[in-house]
Design a protein around this ligand. Structure first.
Ligand code: SAM
Length: 300
């Protein structure tokens, strides 16, 4: 994240429009400092008050992009800052000030502070918006090659092994690409547990140091990844993704039970369509089972 300011860069020229009153969440780079958006720079340059999870990091980012702090207040805030800071920020927003909030890196609230503040601003009915931008989870999903139609961001798994195994078991059947953040020192243990709890053949992807010099993406079945990383001493920031579970193929007993329930309120035709859709079993086959159950379209 820390990169020296480049003196050959032209300092940011803020847009002429004033920053409207309210809370402005600002996403910041997850590695490459140049991933900041122009709007994020406008907000940082024009907000009346700046708030940051880490004031030094934000100061440094602004320095890189030639955004002057001037005499504006720069306040530290994270979700454990306590009610005093939230009350102070709500008062500033209530007075009509524009307040910009940036977390240490990436998008606030995504495994980062900001939720308590967003909740308080929403509850107070005050204005709030976001200058969107980098997020490691989304960047990793984009590069993973895994289905992106549905995904579940699971954040950091618990550090204790028992809790981590239960956490993974609860996610095992979720029909979505799973996205986790993990520290390099726990990657080995996580991959070993994943191979057991999610299945050795499930496709996994490890995205390391995204947008940085040593960016690396490794793909393979969880058992292979686990074996590969058991031998490696890994450093840097990491996102782990896992493909969804193969759909469970329902047996005749399951189809019959589902049909019996559905037939209490539906015609044979509708029950067959409903059960076929919910269990992912061909309609023709479900219809035949319904007929075998002694029913007919006329409900005899
Ligand atoms: N708010 C951030 C976001 O929008 O992605 C996440 C903050 S969280 C405290 C930090 C974790 O995000 C890291 O431990 C790592 O799992 C992931 N992460 C952040 N930057 C990353 C990068 N450049 N490459 C891979 N993972 C990254």
């Amino acid at each position: 994240m820390r990169q020296p300011p480049d003196p050959t860069e032209t300092p940011h020229k803020p847009a002429l429009r004033a920053i409207p009153p309210g809370l402005h969440f600002v996403s910041t780079p997850i590695g490459s400092a140049r991933d900041i958006t122009l709007r994020a720079l406008d907000v940082l340059a024009g907000a009346d008050v700046l708030v940051a999870e880490d004031t030094r990091t934000l100061r440094h980012l602004m320095e890189i992009h030639g955004v002057a702090l001037g005499g504006r207040p720069l306040i530290a805030y994270h979700d454990h800052s306590g009610e005093g800071t939230v009350t102070r920020l709500l008062a500033l927003i209530g007075e009509g000030r524009s307040v910009a909030y940036a977390s240490e890196a990436g998008t606030p609230l995504i495994s980062d502070p900001g939720f308590e503040l967003a909740r308080a601003v929403a509850a107070a009915g005050l204005p709030m918006t976001a200058a969107p931008g980098p997020c490691a989870a989304i960047c990793a999903l984009t590069l993973s090659g895994l289905p992106s139609d549905r995904f579940l961001f699971a954040g950091f798994p618990p550090a204790a092994q028992g809790a981590r195994r239960k956490f993974l078991a609860d996610l095992a059947q979720v029909q979505a690409t799973l996205i986790f953040y993990e520290s390099p020192k726990r990657l080995r243990a996580l991959l070993a547990d994943m191979a057991v709890a999610l299945g050795p053949d499930r496709q996994g992807v490890i995205c390391r140091e995204l947008t940085k010099r040593f960016e690396e993406v490794s793909r393979g079945p969880l058992s292979d990844l686990s074996a590969r990383y058991a031998e490696r001493d890994v450093k840097g920031e990491i996102v782990v993704l896992v493909d969804r579970a193969a759909p469970v193929v329902a047996g005749a007993d399951t189809v019959e039970t589902a049909l019996e329930t559905a037939l209490q309120t539906m015609s044979v035709k509708d029950a067959a369509s409903f059960v076929s859709q919910t269990l992912g079993v061909p309609r023709k086959m479900v219809y035949q089972i319904a007929l075998d159950l002694g029913r007919s379209e006329t409900g005899e």
